[in-house]
Design a protein around this ligand. Structure first.
Ligand code: F6R
Length: 259
């Protein structure tokens, strides 16, 4: 696991964009996308590089991590809609190859199984972008999620519902259920890139990176993956015991070694 401490979230976005663009140059064809605030600087940077430097996403497919049960892609709060307006509409990626769990399905559990099977068939995902919840969730794998879980229906904690209420007119409108890639599904990706900023995320980042591997902190599953980059600003790194060591390794990184 490489932990990169950056001065600002904008710097983090540039590094994550370097990773995505470098992977595309090396033949990556499948991206994994998170929604929420954490990846927004990365997405803005990717849009900028597409516009100004001609980076093309035309050959790419993308899979979202999760979707609210009961919301369809035409509803603005759905993650399918959000990713379109924040990223997909501004790139040359074909929207028909941007996939998300079917939140409007009559049988969400069956939709979850289909989604997992589609990722297994068309994957592996080359670069998976991740945010982290205040309780250590990735995707919507809340504490107690099996570290081997596959895509399935999960119940959100009240804390996560409250954290996400900012996107809804009324906090009561935040769905209770989601379809989320499981921790095992996420772990199938080749390169996991977790982005976090702000002091509120510091305890979750510390638990994920330096705590025990445990379903209590679902993001701790990253410790079992062979290729992980964690990009945190100074505030989100604020509780890391080995922060100086992570800075030292970044400064003394062999020149040829990428992320
Ligand atoms: C959303 C997702 C979630 C978020 C997490 C952090 O697709 O996967 O795990 O990444 O809830 O959300 P923000 O970035 O809004 O703080």
């Amino acid at each position: 696991m490489e932990i990169v401490i950056v001065p600002s979230p904008e710097d983090g976005g540039r590094i994550a964009a370097d990773i995505v663009c470098g992977a595309i140059e090396n033949g990556a064809r499948t991206l994994g996308l998170a929604t929420g605030s954490s990846p927004l600087h990365t997405y803005r940077e990717l849009i900028k590089r597409h516009r100004e430097s001609g980076v093309s996403f035309a050959a790419m497919s993308a899979y979202l991590l999760d979707e609210y049960v009961g919301l369809t892609p035409d509803q603005p709060q759905s993650y399918a809609h959000t990713i379109r307006t924040e990223l997909v509409d501004h790139l040359d990626i074909d929207n028909a190859r941007v996939f998300s769990p079917d939140g409007g399905a009559a049988d969400p559990s069956e939709a979850a199984r289909r989604y997992d099977a589609a990722i297994a068939e068309n994957g592996p995902i080359d670069v998976q972008i991740l945010g982290i919840g205040l309780n250590g969730h990735i995707g919507f794998n809340e504490p107690s999620s099996s570290l081997a879980s596959r895509t399935r229906v999960k119940t959100l904690t009240e804390r996560t519902r409250a954290d996400n209420a900012r996107f809804f007119a009324d906090p009561a409108d935040v769905p209770h259920h989601v379809i989320t890639q499981g921790l095992g599904t996420i772990s199938d990706a080749r390169h996991l890139v977790l982005i976090a900023d702000g002091a509120r995320k510091a305890p979750a980042v510390r638990a994920a990176v330096e705590g025990p591997v445990s379903a209590f902190c679902p993001a701790s599953v990253l410790q079992l993956h062979p290729h992980v980059t964690v990009i945190v600003d100074e505030a989100a790194a604020g509780e890391l015991q080995l922060a100086d060591f992570y800075r030292y390794t970044a400064e003394h990184k062999p020149a040829a070694q990428g992320y």
